[in-house]
Ligand binder design. Structure first.
Ligand code: AMP
Ligand code: MG
Length: 509
């Protein structure tokens, strides 16, 4: 599995002279590579002919203990693009497997990415610094290992918007244009995204370890995950549990149930919920063909490659559960010596996904509707079900509609009524809801005004690709405070002018 540095093709994998970056002082750990060498291929980024920093996340840099000024220096930019590797860092491409659209692929791995290493942030947490678009690796299969400016900025914008919405996600530290063109349908400018994550461990990482048949590797991976995410000893985390591997599974079930509930509440459609894109940390990862709902419709699919609608908005909870079942299968040898008993334990734990998801979703919906937590479950469920039916029938803009309900809670129902077709039914719903005394301020904290609307994202990315970064910067500022309505930003809150035509996002970006 371990591969020496080498040139695997004409376009990438080349070994370059490495210079030490004097400007940013970064001290990387190489814990993943050390503890799981079978899953870490030492590798190096491609040379970037003309690296130019397009966007840097100053606040995140500071959180990581990095100096934004130093990152802006030529050596800093070379670090962000992977061509200047600090002393002690050992970049690796990570191996993983995964179910892609239901079919198992035993060897995926970082085909265009590298883990530079782990950093300890100012709060003492270990965070991965990872590059995406850094060139071919032994996992590239037929692909070029590269990424274009547009899609990397798209991941930057949407992941940072998700973070500001309070939804667990990988973060984006920087996008650097490489000066190297990338061939897609046309020639596009290339870029590298510097991404930060609690870890890059995925369900697919466990599937990879399991598929090797090496139970010792599987156990070391699970121990590594527990140390990183299952919380250390003494605080009741997985490490303390009688069966730490079952506790790890339970923790991931809970994290994913909560995560997907949060996606559903804001109308986020991930688009490629393959098991290699399902994290152990419970963070959203790999922003490819993702997008936010405008018209509320559970059947919504944005991705051009999801012809069957497997990853439609309304399917996301059940897909998460399916992915967790694949995680359980990978863990079986660790759950119990007797495999029948292991299966029984896994099923019992997985059965908690639905109630946990429902509880998270219902709590979120109560916030969105501003109704008291003590409200009778049956009343709350009936109220929500009926509202969802009305929303779907009228194909209301999800984000605008919930903000308009906030206005209704303050006494003016007209903005909400304007969005709905069956007014008689809606008025009767409004009457029942208002009788509960909805709290408008609670609603404002749960219902964002500003989300990365498709037309705004496209507009900013097109301008940035053509060299004008101002619309991107402006959009990032707006999205950084999504719940706080500000005068002058009306166009960022409104649906696309001219209505919502079918929006298509493209993968293989
Ligand atoms: P994704 O669906 O983007 O999460 O990627 C699935 C797999 O395809 C991963 O193993 C990626 O590393 C790989 N991949 C995606 N795009 C490229 C590319 N341009 N070059 C090499 N590998 C890629
Ligand atoms: Mg992926």
């Amino acid at each position: 599995m371990r591969t020496v540095h080498g040139n695997t093709s004409g376009t990438g994998g080349a070994v370059h002279p490495v210079s030490v970056a004097p400007a940013p002082t970064v001290s990387f750990d190489d814990r993943f590579a050390r503890e799981l060498p079978e899953m870490a291929v030492p590798w190096q980024a491609d040379e970037a002919p003309d690296p130019r920093l397009l966007v840097l996340n100053d606040a995140l840099a500071i959180e990581l203990g990095l100096d934004p000024g130093a990152l802006r220096s030529p050596e800093g930019v070379r670090l962000l693009v992977g061509t200047a590797v600090p002393d002690g860092a050992k970049p690796v491409a990570q191996a993983y497997a995964g179910h892609q659209f239901g079919g198992f692929v035993p060897r995926l791995g970082d085909g265009r990415a590298l883990l530079l290493g782990e950093l300890t942030d100012v709060e003492g947490r270990l965070r991965d610094l990872h590059l995406k678009g850094s060139g071919r690796t032994p996992f590239s299969r037929g692909a070029d290992g590269l990424a274009a400016v547009g899609p990397m900025l798209r991941e930057y914008v949407i992941s940072e918007a998700m973070h500001a919405l309070g939804i667990p996600t990988t973060r984006s530290l920087a996008v650097v244009a490489t000066g190297r063109p990338v061939r897609r349908e046309t020639l596009l400018p290339g870029a590298v995204l510097a991404r930060v994550a609690g870890s890059h461990l995925r369900v697919g990482s466990f599937q990879y370890a399991r598929a090797t048949g090496d139970v010792d590797l599987l156990r070391r991976l699970a121990d590594h995950a527990i140390a990183r995410h299952g919380v250390g000893s003494g605080d009741g985390g997985a490490a303390d549990a009688q069966n730490p591997y079952l506790a790890l599974f339970e923790a991931v079930v809970a994290a994913q149930a909560s995560l997907v509930a949060q996606w559903m509440l804001v109308g986020f459609v991930h688009g490629v919920m393959n098991t290699d894109n399902t994290t152990i940390s419970g963070e959203t990862i790999d922003y490819g063909p993702c997008a936010f709902l405008d018209a509320f419709d559970p059947a919504t699919v944005f991705s051009s490659i999801d012809a069957g609608g497997r990853y439609a908005y309304g399917n996301q909870p059940i897909v998460a559960e399916w992915n967790l079942a694949r995680f359980a299968e990978a863990l079986l040898p660790l759950l119990a010596d007797d495999q029948e008993q292991a299966v029984a334990l896994a099923i019992e734990a997985l059965e908690r996904f639905r109630p946990q998801y429902n509880a998270a979703w219902t709590a979120g919906m109560r916030g969105k509707l501003g109704v008291p937590e003590g409200l009778d479950d049956e009343i709350a469920t009936a109220l929500v079900e009926e509202l969802l039916g009305l929303m779907q029938e009228s194909r209301v803009d999800l984000t605008s509609f919930f903000r308009a309900l906030g206005t209704a809670a303050r006494g003016d129902a007209e903005p909400a009524r304007l969005l709905v077709l069956d007014l008689a039914r809606f008025d009767s719903w409004l009457e029942r809801w208002r009788a509960l005394g909805p709290d408008a301020e609670t609603m404002d904290r749960a219902n964002p005004v500003y989300i990365p609307r498709n037309h705004l994202v496209e507009e900013a990315l097109t301008a940035a690709t053509e060299g004008d970064l101002a619309p991107l910067q402006r959009l990032l500022e707006v999205l950084a405070a999504p719940y706080e309505e500000r005068p002058g930003l009306e166009r960022y809150a409104a649906p696309a002018p001219g209505g919502t035509g079918p929006y298509r996002t493209f993968c293989g970006t």
